[in-house]
Design a binder for this molecule. Sequence first.
Ligand code: 6PG
Length: 239
Amino acid sequence: MNQNIRVAASGAPLVNEIDRWIQTRLQQAIDTNGTATIALAGGSTPKVIYQALSKAEFTWDKLHVFWGDERFVPPNHPDSNEKMARENWLDLVSIPASNIHPWPTTAGTPEQCAELYGAELTKYFAAPQPSFDLVLLGMGEDGHTASLFPHTAALGVMDRSTTVGQKDGQPRLTLTVPAINHAACVAFIITGASKRPALKQVMATTADAQEYPSRLIQPTGELIWWFDEAAAAELDNLG
Ligand code: 6PG
């Protein structure tokens, strides 16, 4: 088995493995640095992971939470990634409010919001690019990740940590490719048969990264792929 690819049965087996793995990775960072930083994925897949984390006994006061991307909506909007993570995890554990760093989606134009979050990241990490201990990512059926959508300008932004993505003409706020790739560890969590076609292209030896932006995620640190059996069914490099 490729060490970086982990497959488990859909549902509780996968959720339990990822839940334990995330806690272990964050605890390692805390043991080393005194704190841990995580950038969360949005969408629907991670919801059950966040629900599992909400039940964990953990030193939440040592964890700082960011988001890899966000919709350009207020935090109380049903599409908000912040709302989903708070309702399923962060509001249910004793994490200090100051440890939670959401995108400022109501602070101005999408460009202004992205710039403000970039400034917050620069201040927190005291460097031009953030060094997240762990970045969680999902992948869309089109091979996008975060809000880095196929054939959009966001894919080419290399000189900053945040930018404005575009989904069907709608603005999204996202970490850039270099910001994600600067992480110590990036973990994709991909489930369901609907992701198979894109996943085959993302995992292929060669394919167009502009067409399948998840291929652009090549961190200097670790890259871990978490799949359920449905998503991994047609992959042939699991041996
Ligand atoms: C978002 C996510 C996005 C998501 C993929 C997969 O804001 O929606 O960051 O990149 O991870 O679209 O979404 P699902 O998990 O809902 O399939």
